[in-house]
Design a protein around this ligand. Structure first.
Ligand code: NAD
Ligand code: LMR
Length: 335
């Protein structure tokens, strides 16, 4: 074997997102075609039987990069020596709920997992938190792993970022049928993965055009912002279950870029720990910002963007929501 296998932990491995995610990780879609993987798969005890079935299917794919699989219901086993983790295991919301309504049920999961990560994960450990409410769960997890640098934890807003790109392409094609996803660059999702998120296209380009000119301010405000911000709820209403394949795809996109680097001339959205020194974002919350990844497992916030008053006000509102969520889980943050 040319490369040492990476230990990749996936929680909620028998769930909907897990079923889309595992096969793509094992196929090399995240860490590249030369990187062998050991999958450590965490589930709750009642779901271990279903997980066994998923493992049988993974085995039957005979993935060349899948070196080993370890199913477990013990977080300490799941995170032992882990280099990367996808923290998916959490309950999804049902129609009519906000993601924040899940906090009482899901928050404690991230206390237990944060503690286990602190004790047994590898020194280069990094985690993408997907389970909702993702930003606040990521904060809980990071605060319960005080020996792991906070910049190793991030919450996923890549699905919102991808949704924004897709909506822009659809609209731009009304005038120019040749527009493709690859033409859209520099979209931003600010703030919380909730309906207060701020999809910002004032810096975005569609080909050579400014996105805001290509699609028009009226459409941006009246259609685009609410569509992107409430897309998760619209999917639950239509499918009777929350997004799964698109969420797994976004997680793959996010971790691939984090590990291997963002494309030149573009950035991605990721919710990271705020130290209070960027764009007036409050300190001590996991807030989605535009980042670039050099390809060494780090991220850098895109600096120096001019933010107009309309976006500033929306950024303040989503930041206040995150502070309110933080206050609700204060007792889970002690570490
Ligand atoms: P699901 O119910 O199909 O699967 C969740 C799995 O997690 C289940 O198999 C469950 O047994 C497991 N689980 C529960 N508690 C656990 C624990 N303590 N340890 C390990 N596993 C545990 O749900 P899903 O559709 O896969 O969604 C998972 C989470 O991801 C939900 O909270 C959902 O809201 C969230 N989500 C986030 C985004 C995002 O963009 N951030 C997108 C889609 C879904
Ligand atoms: C999504 O955005 O699709 C997920 O966060 C699931 C949800 O509850 O909306």
């Amino acid at each position: 074997m040319a490369n040492k296998p990476l230990v990749v932990t996936v929680t909620g491995a028998a769930g909907q997102i897990g079923y889309s995610l595992l096969f793509r990780i094992a196929n090399g879609d995240v860490f590249g075609p030369k990187q062998p993987i050991i999958l450590k798969l965490l589930e709750i005890t009642p779901a271990m039987k279903a997980l066994e079935g998923t493992l049988m299917e993974l085995e039957d794919c005979a993935f060349p990069l899948l070196y080993d699989m370890i199913p477990t219901d013990d977080p300490k086993v799941a995170f032992d020596g882990a280099n990367w983790a996808f923290l998916v295991g959490a309950f999804p919301r049902k129609a009519g709920m906000e993601r924040a309504d899940l906090i009482d049920r899901n928050g404690p999961i991230f206390v237990e997992q944060g503690k286990a990560i602190n004790q047994v994960a590898a020194d280069d450990f990094r985690a993408l938190i997907v389970g909702n409410p993702a930003n606040t769960n990521a904060l809980i997890c990071a605060m319960n792993a005080p020996d792991v640098p906070r910049d190793r934890f991030a919450a996923m807003t890549r699905l919102d970022h991808n949704r924004a790109i897709a909506q822009l392409v659809k609209k731009a094609r009304e005038k120019d049928p040749d527009v493709t996803v690859a033409d859209v660059k520099r979209v931003i999702i600010w703030g919380n993965h909730s309906s207060t998120m701020v999809p910002d296209i004032y810096h975005a380009r569609i080909g050579r055009k400014k996105a805001i000119n290509a699609v028009g301010k009226r459409w941006y405000k009246k259609h685009f912002i609410p569509t992107v911000a409430t897309r998760g709820g619209a999917i639950i209403k239509a499918r009777g279950a929350s997004s799964a394949a698109s969420a797994a795809n976004a997680a793959i996109n996010a971790v691939r870029d984090w590990a291997l680097g963002t494309p030149k001339g573009d950035w991605v959205s990721l919710a990271v720990y705020s130290d209070g020194s960027h764009y007036g974002i409050p300190e001590g919350v996991m807030y989605s910002v535009p980042v670039t990844h050099p390809g060494d497992g780090t991220w850098q916030i895109v600096e120096g963007l001019e933010i107009n008053d309309e976006i500033k006000e929306k950024m303040r509102i989503t930041g206040e929501e995150l502070l309110r969520e933080r206050a609700v889980v204060e007792h889970l943050l002690k570490g």
